[in-house]
Design a protein around this ligand. Structure first.
Ligand code: GLU
Length: 270
């Protein structure tokens, strides 16, 4: 890593507010059941971060997948009302597990379910910001997801990559960490090209960077690298730094905060 980047990454150590986003593939096994080991590790890493004096927000997916499995659906539902029903069941389930794991480390958590309106209208934006601020002042870790049960838009259009970037913007976060099933952005598809090179740092999301992402649904990950780059664009405009890292080992969060060269780091001008 070049000297200039070492300096930029090192500055992360001073960050005050951290948003971490985990995808469905990070907190579940391929059969759709919860990966409890990973959820527990996540709970202790995030509590430890909070104990060290940082404000922490977790954005989690998983409601639809986990709810669908619980109700015996063999595949992730595609019909909207079934997705909404699955989300209603699964959201309660994942919150219960998170609550239990965080409670083990004496950490209080809160559930915050957001729709597009919260970022679209001034009044609701302020309400959301005030609630999040108050929770953090009180030492709570807010756990955020889209309100899939009441908002069809969230399932159809938005995704938790962009949602987490919006959350980081609302709370004035310093860094957003996207935990996913690929360890970084590569200059070409690493599953097809063994010579593909990891991109360590991105200064600005340009057309050249966008080309590296491939299409949605490419070999990269569930939501695709595309929505991650869209999240990066929201972050760079909002002055939030961002990292894409492999979700397999939640202690990677500590490494990002220590300024180590892991995953792909996106700079911002603030
Ligand atoms: N909100 C969805 C869920 O909890 C996931 C959306 C996403 O991962 O982008 O299942």
């Amino acid at each position: 890593m070049e000297m200039e980047w070492i300096v930029v990454r090192e500055r992360i150590k001073e960050c005050k507010r951290v948003v971490v986003k985990v995808g469905t593939s990070t907190i579940t096994y391929p059969n759709g059941l919860l990966n409890l080991k990973r959820m527990e590790e996540l709970a202790w890493v995030l509590t430890d971060l909070r104990n060290s004096g940082k404000d922490v927000v977790l954005v989690t997916s998983g409601a639809i997948g986990v709810g669908a499995v619980r109700m015996g659906m063999v595949e992730r539902p595609t019909v909207m009302r079934q997705k909404q029903a699955a989300a209603a069941v699964g959201q309660a389930m994942i919150m219960q597990i998170y609550h239990n794991f965080f409670d083990r480390y004496n950490q209080t958590v809160a559930q915050v379910l957001l729709t597009k309106e919260e970022v679209g209208t001034e009044e609701r934006y302020q309400n959301t910001k005030n609630t999040m601020e108050t929770l953090m002042e009180l030492g709570v870790i807010p756990i955020v997801n889209a309100n899939d049960t009441i908002s069809t838009e969230e399932i159809g259009i938005s995704d938790n990559d962009r949602l987490s970037a919006m959350v980081a913007e609302i709370i004035g976060g310093d860094v957003l960490i996207l935990m996913t099933d690929i360890d970084a952005l590569y200059d070409s598809d690493p599953k097809r090209n063994p010579m593909a090179k990891r991109i360590s740092c991105v200064d600005w999301v340009t057309d050249e960077v966008r080309k590296m992402a491939g299409d949605k649904g490419s070999a990269f990950s569930v939501g695709g690298m595309l929505t991650k780059l869209q999240a990066a664009e929201i972050c760079q405009e909002a002055g939030v730094k961002m990292a894409i890292v492999l979700g397999e080992d939640p202690t990677v969060i500590h490494r990002v905060i220590a300024g180590e060269d892991v995953g792909t780091f996106f700079n911002s001008k603030r």
